[in-house]
Design a protein around this ligand. Structure first.
Ligand code: SAH
Ligand code: SF4
Ligand code: F3S
Length: 485
């Protein structure tokens, strides 16, 4: 993607021989320029370009961070590719469940082999896993081929840290325990030209008893509404038509601002932005989903007909142990209100199976909610014990075989219902935002409905980024085949 021309000009004007600026983001612009000089020298001496790859392991917030890293790398002069056989590889890690960590260590082992054949290669590790001291210790001692480690709170310092690594021979480790700083106006390279994630808040204060996110992402902090609106206006002027507002609990947006504002009020402001066609957000915590928000969703022309509303469990007793602050009945009542206000809404959810102490009766309550709500889809997870969380210390962990058996039953139910619910729009004509050429058949393009379902239909690549009307001819389980009308 093209660089931001004004940012280019600001960086070009920087005098690298002057004192290092103290203020952000100027300080990082300065280091981007310093790194750029080093990369230019390396390129000249090698007689070729330098490549970099940012690999994302986590959620949408993690992916958005990767876009920020990519934006910085491009300004520094790297050609960013998806291929790990590169001069600089950055792993942006996730630690929400144990298997996320296992994947990272596996890939890091593979990378050692590549590095042994590439003399110039550098490896950086960042993201949520790096906020766990035992992880950093393990990498420091057992993965000596890593060059740079930083965390979630100082990601904005990437250029400065990279410069330190260029100047030093040893592994650089810089982890902050927490921060209340939000650095605006750093470069970002968007993966898609027509849609993008927008952070509206960082961190989480909820401390659900199973969850590590509050420990690795720090306390909740909201961006100022003016900064959010300014960013969205800018990306819209560059061709973006759909934004996904990101936060661990968007429904508590704005509470800690100097001039408090609700998430619903923020949405109303964003709705006014001309040229913006679709607004999505994630994630909504049921405990904070207000009537005001439901009303804004009901009347909005731009908010998509999709709500991701994590249930976690259908048992009030387990929800209490999870520290979720709602009951089974609260959740069902919330769903009733939302479906009344927006009958065509698609509801999706997250469910954890095997939380400590979960009995067969508790599990049946979860199945009951799934049957009553009839989710369009549900992400089902096996409970994973995260060191340091309250649930990890609970004694009554459920045996693996029992969890596995419950998980299979849940998945079965979820999939059966999903196939039935998904079909409901067969034969209708709906708007699709075209996202890409189909992977398997180049004569097709693929896009999304407002309710987030995927539709494949015959069309050419110049439709990408456009919103077109498509007849939904046939439902194939979790996607549609259609044709443009
Ligand atoms: N902030 C979001 C969730 C972020 S984590 C929210 O509150 O909804 C995404 C999902 O991972 C969670 O909804 C939960 O279902 C799952 N998850 C989190 N911690 C987990 C754990 N220890 N074991 C299994 N699943 C977990
Ligand atoms: Fe984790 Fe709960 Fe925060 Fe979501 S709301 S990130 S599940 S602690
Ligand atoms: Fe994973 Fe961190 Fe997101 S732990 S789910 S990448 S906030």
């Amino acid at each position: 993607m093209a660089h931001d021309k004004t940012l280019e000009a600001v960086i070009d004007a920087i005098d690298v021989n002057a004192a290092v600026p103290v203020e952000e983001p100027m300080r990082q612009y300065y280091y981007i320029k310093k790194c750029r000089q080093i990369v230019e020298e390396k390129k000249a001496s090698l007689g070729r370009k330098l490549t970099a790859a940012v690999i994302t392991f986590g959620c949408q917030m993690n992916a958005r961070d990767s876009e920020k890293l990519t934006g910085i790398l491009e300004l520094i002069g790297y050609e960013v590719t998806g291929n790990e056989n590169a001069d600089f590889v950055i792993y942006n890690t996730c630690t929400v469940r144990e298997n996320a960590n296992t994947r990272v260590y596996g890939r890091l082992g593979q990378l050692k082999k590549i590095k042994s054949t590439r003399r110039e290669m550098m490896i950086a590790m960042c993201g949520c896993m790096m906020q766990e001291p035992e992880v950093v210790e393990k990498i420091r001692t057992s993965y000596r081929h890593v060059d740079l480690i930083f965390g979630t709170h100082n990601i904005f310092k990437f250029a400065e840290l990279l410069y330190s690594r260029f100047k030093s021979r040893s592994m650089i480790i810089d982890i902050w325990k927490d921060t209340n700083q939000i650095v605006e106006d750093l470069p970002v390279d968007r993966k898609y030209s027509f849609k993008t994630g927008i952070n509206i808040m960082f961190g989480c204060n909820n401390f659900c008893s199973y969850c590590i996110v509050p420990y690795v992402r720090g306390r909740e902090r909201s961006r100022a509404p003016e900064d959010i609106v300014r960013e969205i206006k800018k990306v819209v002027s560059e061709g973006v038509v759909e934004v996904m507002l990101l936060g661990q609990n968007v429904n508590s947006y704005g509470k800690n601002l100097e001039n408090p504002i609700t998430f619903a009020a923020l949405l109303k402001e964003i709705e006014k932005i001309e040229g913006l066609r679709r607004i999505r957000f994630m994630t909504s915590h049921p405990k904070d989903l207000s009537d005001e928000l439901i009303e804004v969703m009901r009347t909005s022309k731009k908010i998509c007909r999709h709500l991701h509303l994590p249930l976690q469990s259908g048992s009030t007793r387990i929800l209490n142990e999870m520290n979720r602050h709602y009951t089974k009945e609260d959740y069902l009542e919330l769903v009733r209100k939302i479906k009344t206000a927006c009958p065509d809404i698609s509801l999706t959810t997250d469910i954890i199976v095997g939380f400590p102490g979960e009995t067969e009766e508790d599990f049946l309550e979860t199945l009951d909610v799934v049957e009553k709500v009839r989710f369009d889809s549900a992400y089902t997870f096996i409970y994973s014990k995260r060191t340091g969380t309250k649930a990890a210390a609970m004694e009554n962990q459920v045996p693996e075989a029992v969890v596995k058996e419950r998980f299979d039953r849940l998945l079965n139910l979820v999939q059966t219902i999903s196939a039935e619910v998904t079909m409901r729009d067969t034969g209708k004509v709906m708007e699709v935002l075209v996202e890409e050429q189909n992977d398997h058949d180049a004569s097709l393009v693929s896009g999304r409905l407002s309710n987030n379902l995927i539709v494949h239909f015959p069309g050419s690549t110049d439709l990408i980024g456009k919103i077109v009307s498509v007849s939904l001819d046939e439902c194939k389980g979790f996607y549609y085949m259609g044709h443009m009308v």
